[in-house]
Design a protein around this ligand. Structure first.
Ligand code: AMP
Ligand code: ZN
Length: 454
């Protein structure tokens, strides 16, 4: 079998392409005006899942993920998200960018995401964008408006709309799919590659067309083609980016290269939290730090996502995170008991599930069945878990934590045992609460109380 992933463009599973054994991958990165929420992390984990599966199937990966720190306008199209946040926090916009960029890298490390080769920043790629915009003007795909903004001429690109199915002739004027509504565009579906500074005083650069700042879409064309040698084998992003972001990126990149610049467009579906879209106004935005603060292993989030197919919308809850936390704890202790495997052999079932459009739920079901299979040997089980973990990234071969119980907690446990013998249930409950808040998990049975670290 060969690795196939669903391609949004051709609307069918497609084989991964490569050159000389190397797959070039581009994943749309975060806009660093706030912490990434667990939904954003689902999309970033999708690119890690793809990269790990490509490596498992014997190819190498060269991956780039951009940092958007300028040009991404807020939903009401009034202001750059970076400048809006800079006003709120009363901090320089570049300081805001570095702060949230650091937190983004911290989240990736906590999620065991293998780092990309490079995380280029939009604000440091301005020259690159100027070069690309100049070339687009030369080729007749872009024009300078009377307002000193540079626009992409959507009608110059015959295949516009083929990723999302939004045909140019069906796009209505006035539809707010692009933030520049009133500029000097010639056609309503054109978009800005370079915006004139106007009243804006911060985050502006000189350019051949006067001072200004770049549009959001051009950064991904410029960085992907520059850092991936002019061709992208796999392009990853959340489903919301299909239109207009990726449609516009494709038009720009193909107008430069003259060929199809991306072989495979992969889109991850969105994450809901407890049945609802995450939003500030609904007050249900969950961060990875919230998961850690509640005492859960951050990799529990990884397992929750892997239990769902990347192309299905999924609902996350505290209950599912807690269950995943318990599963990982149990698996680590079982794997340690089965015996450590240094170089695992290929498990054909795991590989086949993954190569079939990343069917991770099947892999998890297979492992759960194997765990309980009395007919399978410990070596077989240890091998399958270690092999799958190269892609699952749950750190299953990590030795379970052995933590000495401090003497004050030992005393509380003894005291609780005495309270239970004396049938003093109120005191026993009080002591349970104290022990749990110190990080212990207590269970009672006919043979007495037992404990473990959470
Ligand atoms: P942003 O930082 O807003 O530019 O988004 C970063 C990435 O997260 C993009 O690929 C989005 O498509 C993706 N994304 C945004 N919201 C969600 C969500 N609720 N679930 C999954 N991915 C999302
Ligand atoms: Zn992008």
């Amino acid at each position: 079998m060969v690795l196939s992933i669903y391609d949004t463009f051709s609307r069918k599973p497609s084989e991964i392409s490569s050159r000389e054994g190397i797959v070039t991958m581009y994943c749309c990165g975060p806009t660093v005006y706030r912490d990434a929420h667990v939904g954003n992390l689902r999309t970033f984990l999708l690119s890690d899942l793809i990269a790990r599966t490509i490596r498992l199937s014997g190819l190498s990966v060269e991956m780039i993920q951009n940092i958007t720190d300028v040009g991404h306008m807020s939903d009401d199209f009034q202001e750059d998200k970076m400048l809006e946040q800079s006003k709120k926090e009363k901090i320089d916009p570049f300081e805001i960018a570095r702060k949230y960029e650091d937190r983004f890298h911290h989240d990736l490390a906590n999620l065991n995401i293998i780092a990309a080769q490079k995380y280029p920043r939009a604000s440091e790629s301005i020259e690159l964008m100027h070069e690309m915009i100049s070339e687009l003007i030369q080729k007749g795909a872009a024009y300078v408006g009377e307002d000193k903004c540079v626009y992409f001429d959507a009608q110059s690109f015959a295949g516009y709309g083929q990723i999302s199915g939004n045909r140019l002739d069906a796009l209505k004027p006035g539809h707010r799919y692009e933030y520049v509504e009133d500029g000097a565009k010639k056609f309503h579906a054109d978009w800005a590659l370079w915006k004139a500074a106007g009243d804006r005083k911060e985050m502006i650069w000189d350019s051949p067309w006067g001072p200004g700042f770049p549009g959001w879409h051009i950064e991904c064309s410029a960085m992907s083609l520059k850092f991936l040698h002019g061709h992208v084998n796999v392009h990853v992003g959340g489903i919301d980016l299909r239109f207009p972001h990726h449609e516009n990126e494709r038009a720009q990149s193909n107008s430069i290269t003259g060929v199809e610049s991306v072989d495979l467009w992969v889109h991850g579906e969105h994450l809901l939290f407890e049945g609802r879209k995450m939003s500030k106004s609904a007050g249900n935005v969950v961060l990875l730090d919230d998961v850690i603060t509640k005492g859960f292993d951050p990799l529990s989030l990884r397992l929750c996502f892997l239990e769902n197919r990347y192309r299905s919308q999924m609902d996350l809850s505290w209950q599912s995170i807690s269950a995943a936390h318990e599963t990982i704890k149990r698996w680590r202790s079982k794997v340690a008991g089965w015996g450590v495997v240094k170089n695992s052999d290929v498990d054909p079932a795991v590989l086949a599930y993954l190569e079939n459009d990343l069917d991770t739920p099947r892999v998890i079901t297979y492992l759960r069945a194997l765990e309980k299979d009395a007919g399978a040997s410990d070596v077989q089980k240890a091998n399958a878990f270690a092999y799958a973990d190269q892609v699952l990234g749950l750190d299953l071969t990590r030795a379970p934590e052995v933590r000495e119980l401090p003497s004050d907690l030992k005393n509380l446990l003894k005291e609780r045992e005495a309270a239970r013998s004396a049938k003093n249930w109120a005191r026993s409950d009080e002591l349970r609460a104290a022990l749990e808040s110190a990080g212990l998990e207590i269970s009672d049975s006919a043979s007495g109380q037992s404990w473990s670290w959470r």
